[in-house]
Design a protein around this ligand. Sequence first.
Ligand code: 5GP
Ligand code: MN
Length: 355
Amino acid sequence: MHDFFMLMDELIAKAGHIIILTHMAPDGDAMGSALALWHYCNSQFTMHNSQLEAKSSKSVTVIVPNAFPAFFNWMPGADQIRVYEKETAVCNKLIEAADLLLCTDFNDPKRIGPVGVKMLANPCPKVMIDHHLLDPQCSLDIWTEVHSYPTASSACEVVYKLIAAHGALSLEAVTCIYTGLMTDTGNFSYNSTNAELYDIIASLLRAGVQKDAIYNAVFNQYSTDRLRMTGYALYRKMRIYPEYHLALITLSAAELDQYHYQVGDTEGIVNMPLQIADIYYSVMMREERPKPGTPKPRIRLSFRSQGDRPVNIWASEVFHGGGHANASGGELFGSLAQAVGLFEKTYKKYVRVDN
Ligand code: 5GP
Ligand code: MN
């Protein structure tokens, strides 16, 4: 990691306009890793450019492909983020003008939609900072530097290791890093058995992280509608396949409308069926309203599992997705009924029936 760190620092020192990119539907780890890097770059500019003039000639911007949930609005720097879907022209200009792209919490430009196309059109150096499995078919040629650690709990853990070696981190940066560690491990309930992770947390606490306040800001700020929708999903919309240790929850666009769906409102629901004894697989399907130019609705799928029961192969072979062994996603352009049909047709092939 050290060699890479030197290189990334050199790239940051040389760059004039840095763009930090992360994946669609940004989660706590995407937000945390991107914003921690943003704070770090800003602090590097200040450190290396004592003259105000030099500092002001440099810029660093976080661009996310689409909106992030409101429960991340409090994150330090979140108000400076540009949302590509909302400010496409401005973001295109910024990406064209970038002389360094730092990409975090994804490893395939396809995962960031149209932003990926713009990103590839700029020949500037590109650094990947990630913890997802690499798709064997995916070429690494586009990256100047690859920092891929599939055993890391989160992209934030990787970012921490990259930037902590450089001395004291700001309270803003450590707050962002803690948020990603916490959300990507389900508040340290999975992907979180590595002792080193707790060394990192200890150092974040020493740096002033308010961990309980962060938990509260992310997990205890829901709307009434959101909680009622969760109740509805579990009470009315959860199907259990006991012999297959499997649960399925579906939510149509009309049902989401009833509960005034906001970005992020379904986050976490897919994990809940795993609370049932002997349920080791959980799938959730959410119907999105068709966007202009896409006549068919998009069904967004989330897969979760426990232990040695991977779901990423199912997600990738049947639903054009992928992800981690125990947490994956996918999509289907069509009706919810079609997605359920495909699920019904394929689950026996991809789930293990033994206890
Ligand atoms: P979620 O269900 O929270 O949207 O996604 C779970 C995990 O699967 C995340 O780590 C995410 O990065 C990954 N994932 C979601 N959708 C896709 C996809 O379409 N392709 C790949 N390769 N990974 C995905
Ligand atoms: Mn992540």
